[in-house]
Ligand binder design. Structure first.
Ligand code: F6P
Length: 333
């Protein structure tokens, strides 16, 4: 019987557990044994292995986080550490490794492929949705739902108090969560890294001032991607407050966007990708990511997923930029 190993690596994402379930169930149906290593690549090197059987998969897919645990493990870039991982995988008789993670995890997988002869299959698992070759990634839809719900809650108090809020969302250096959350949360303004040109502080301030004048009893929400503004959201709020004379409240959403039960979309995607990953192993694929494009499961060479920038959907960018145009004509004397 051939053996498959699974790890979850880097930032956890809601849906990873559903994906593990699909891998284990599909492997079992095909007489493949599955082991998991805890804490991602570190767990391979330290041999933190555990068997994964169908009976262990009950009440798993509903849960956020990852039952396999995860970690960031920059040491894996070193050749000697990757070679240690290869040795551990060989000692266990593992023929294929499935890595559920984001771009850093796939860089690690490509590095491991230099020293290990087994099949390596990547499954895109990151709330950031910043991997090329797949329309979406495990955890992204749930993270957007979570951000939207948080924005809705802030909107209620902001509206009651007629306040301006800057809400910071995750995404590392990509604006997918920012764009989708801005649209879903009906934001008055959006700052995401992909915008060309980037809105200037003076323009943002001018817009807030005009909105306050035209609609003094209204809330005003700007969705801001993390890592975008020098000095962060606190600095931007301070600068906007100074420029407008209006207190601007900073609300970073932080890691609440990573936790929580996966929504239905993420569970379905996870199970689809997990099952397809095992089928890809049986078909002899190696060093590819299993992604989804226009509803179809695709295989993409792993290195192409992190070497290219994935653009935002311009139609959605235009949608948000169009909707956030406030018409001051009727009230602005
Ligand atoms: O990649 C997922 C992510 O949540 C990013 O959006 C964020 O920038 C980063 O991870 C945070 O990483 P950590 O939890 O290690 O601080």
């Amino acid at each position: 019987m051939e053996k498959i190993a699974v790890i979850t690596s880097g930032g956890d994402a809601p849906g990873m557990n559903a994906c593990i379930r699909a891998i284990v169930m599909t492997a079992d149906q095909n007489d493949l044994e599955v082991i998991g290593f805890g804490h991602g690549y570190r767990g391979i090197v330290e041999d933190l292995n555990q068997p994964l059987r169908p009976n262990d998969m009950r009440l798993v897919s509903q849960r956020g986080g990852t039952i396999l645990l995860s970690s960031r493990f920059p040491e894996f870039k070193q050749d000697k550490i990757a070679k240690q991982a290869a040795t551990v995988l060989d000692q266990h008789g593992v023929g294929a490794l499935i890595v559920i993670g984001g771009d850093g995890s796939f860089r690690g997988a490509s590095h491991l492929a230099r020293f290990w002869q087994g099949q390596i299959i990547g499954i895109p698992g990151t709330i950031d949705n910043d991997l090329a070759g797949t329309d979406t990634t495990i955890g992204f839809a749930t993270a957007v739902d979570t951000a939207m719900e948080a924005i809705d809650r802030i909107r209620e108090t902001a509206e009651a108090m007629a306040r301006v809020f800057l809400i910071e969302v995750m995404g590392r250096h990509a604006g997918f969560i920012g764009l989708h959350a801005a649209i879903a949360g009906s934001a008055e303004a959006m700052l995401v890294p992909e915008l060309e040109p980037q809105p200037k502080l003076a323009d943002l301030a001018d817009n807030i001032r005009r909105a306050r004048k035209a609609y003094p009893d209204s809330s005003y929400i700007i969705v801001v991607s993390e890592n975008l503004w020098p000095g962060g959201i606190d600095e931007l709020s301070r600068a906007l407050g100074q420029a407008t004379g209006v207190t601007c409240h900073a609300a970073p959403l932080g890691h609440i966007q990573r936790g929580g039960r996966p929504n239905a979309q993420d569970r379905i995607l996870s199970m689809q990708l997990g099952q397809s990953a095992v089928h890809a192993i049986l078909d002899g694929s190696r060093t590819v990511m299993i992604g989804i494009e226009q509803g179809h499961v695709v295989q993409v060479p792993l290195h192409l997923t992190f070497q290219r920038d994935k653009p935002l959907d311009q139609r959605l960018v235009d949608l948000q930029l169009g909707l956030q145009q406030i018409n001051f004509a009727s009230n602005d004397a």
